[in-house]
Design a protein around this ligand. Structure first.
Ligand SMILES: NC(=O)c1ccc[n+]([C@@H]2O[C@H](COP(=O)([O-])OP(=O)(O)OC[C@H]3O[C@@H](n4cnc5c(N)ncnc54)[C@H](O)[C@@H]3O)[C@@H](O)[C@H]2O)c1
Length: 318
């Protein structure tokens, strides 16, 4: 049985706590947050130790695994310290905020003990699409496209001082909201060879420093073309759209359903443990990690993270 400490009990921390309720080989043992109100929310529901200081929490030898659910700028330092203290780590996306941090992380001792929360890879439709791709039944892939149109307004950004700033969020719509959709490209389709991206702030000028919209053209392995569009400037959080064009037809993941050549093949039906647009697979991911020892490592996240960084570099060069 692993004793878990959730670090950061804001929006996503409680989703981890809820998922742990049904994990067999782990239990929520402690919460660490600098905000007493957030810690109190956790204490109301669970019998846990409380910490307001990450370094002091790490000294507790009974804590086996820390779940890093804090703002992006804290991920790297917290992973580094947790590994050095001998803890296993579950870290929310993005693994790190910058390319430099990611490169250093890959060389750290114990990096293989980091589980990255890329829960949407485990959505039934994504897993089914992976099966179809691996079977080769639809022939070679010609192209893929991902589209995300979500809504984030002034109130959302004012609700967390770290959001909307290069120094603490590391970007906007891409690194935070659309990273999962981009992850389908990298997880399902493969190597990204080259990236051309543009970024804008259409609807949140004066509110955020970072982009609310990104468009990109990706050159993938074997001449496969990738088209990507993501924005936080829409009026609602629509289900992500992902399409793969094959020699022998088209697979479309839309409205949480997977259609292949017009036939419905799979549906993401599990009830949400958090906001519906986060997807429903945190529980699946944590069950696999603790109960089956299967998880996405830092190496598994590399393609996605390098593509994220390449998109920022391409857009910001202009
Ligand atoms: N996988 C997903 O679908 C998903 C969904 C939402 C958020 N996230 C990710 O989860 C992370 C957190 O996002 P959020 O929306 O919950 O943020 P949030 O701002 O709502 O919560 C962050 C929490 O961290 C706490 N915190 C800040 N500094 C701390 C410190 N030094 N020590 C301990 N606690 C500290 C804050 O008090 C706050 O309670 C981000 O990386 C985000 O991208 C992932």
């Amino acid at each position: 049985m692993k004793n878990v400490c959730i670090v950061g009990y804001g929006a996503i921390g409680p989703v981890h706590a809820k998922a742990l309720e049904v994990v067999e080989h782990a239990k929520l043992y402690a919460v660490c947050d600098i905000d007493a109100g957030k810690r109190a929310l956790c204490k109301e529901k669970y019998d846990v130790l409380e910490y307001d200081d990450f370094d002091i929490m790490l000294q507790n030898k009974d804590i086996d695994t820390v779940h890093i659910c804090t703002p992006h700028y804290l991920h790297f330092e917290m992973i580094k310290k947790a590994l050095a203290a001998g803890k296993d780590v579950v870290v929310e996306k993005p693994v790190t905020m910058t390319r430099e941090e990611f490169e250093t992380l890959q060389g750290l001792q114990g990096v293989e003990r980091v589980c990255v929360v890329l829960q949407n890879r485990l959505n039934p439709c994504v897993q089914k699409l992976k099966e179809i791709l691996e079977s080769g039944e639809l022939g070679a892939v010609k192209a893929a496209k991902g589209i995300l149109t979500w809504h984030r307004d002034k109130a959302y950004y004012e609700g967390g001082a770290w959001r909307g700033k290069w120094a603490t969020e590391g970007g906007g719509a891409l690194i935070n909201q659309a990273v999962h959709t981009l992850d389908y490209f990298c997880y399902l389709i493969g190597d990204v060879k080259n990236v051309k991206a543009n970024m804008s702030n259409y609807s949140l000028e004066g509110v955020i420093e970072v982009e609310d919209t990104v468009t990109a053209y990706l050159e993938l392995e074997d001449g496969v073309k990738g088209i990507f569009f993501a924005t936080n400037a829409y009026a609602e959080n629509s289900a992500p759209f992902f399409e793969v064009s094959f020699e022998k037809g088209t697979a479309r993941y839309m409205d949480k359903k997977l259609w292949v050549n017009g036939t419905l093949l799979e549906e993401d039906k599990a009830p949400s443990t958090g906001k519906a647009y986060w997807g429903n697979s945190h529980t699946t991911l944590l069950r696999k990690y603790y109960d089956e020892h299967k998880y996405f490592t830092v190496a598994d996240a590399r393609e996605t993270m390098e593509t994220v960084f390449a998109m920022y570099e391409s857009a910001l060069q202009k």
